[in-house]
Design a protein around this ligand. Structure first.
Ligand SMILES: [Zn+2]
Length: 86
């Protein structure tokens, strides 16, 4: 699996989601690892180490991957709301 390109992996996920009837929302991943999932503050300094997220504005601290996953999930919810509005 390590040799798959992200595009190919995305295509497989989209295909499997479609087959299973699961909605798939694409989100912009930019700065999800630097943005605080608690207050929204975005700064390179929020991530002092690979696995550490520590917000320089509000003090929120979390594993960096968990914080980034929360940001991606929030963007997915926002994208879902926009795509299903009205
Ligand atoms: Zn914060």
């Amino acid at each position: 699996m390590h040799s798959w390109s992200f595009h190919q992996l995305g295509s497989f996920i989209a295909c499997k989601a479609r087959q299973a009837g699961i909605a798939l929302i694409h989100v912009d991943p930019a700065y999800t690892s630097r943005q605080c999932s608690a207050c929204g503050h975005t700064d390179r300094a929020n991530r002092p180490e690979q696995a550490v997220f520590s917000c320089t504005s509000c003090g929120f601290a979390e594993h960096a991957d968990v914080n980034a996953a929360r940001n991606i999930a929030a963007r997915g919810v926002a994208g879902w709301a926009v795509s299903h509005a009205a």
